[in-house]
Design a protein around this ligand. Sequence first.
Ligand code: FES
Length: 67
Amino acid sequence: MAVHRDAAGALHRVSARCTHLGCVVHFNEAECAWECPCHGSRFGVDGEVLQGPAVRPLKRRGADGVP
Ligand code: FES
């Protein structure tokens, strides 16, 4: 699971598995984005795709997603 708490205190929980080929994403503090080290996909804190090759968002986890 990839978890980020934003400046307002809200918790954002998504799967850490990149939806391209399954590598584990890492958080980039400067960009406030999840980044995949394998092929460069980038995702917002809620999992939305910011940059491919991934085309599907990270799966949401927790209160408003799958446990
Ligand atoms: S596995 Fe993440 S970009 Fe390819």
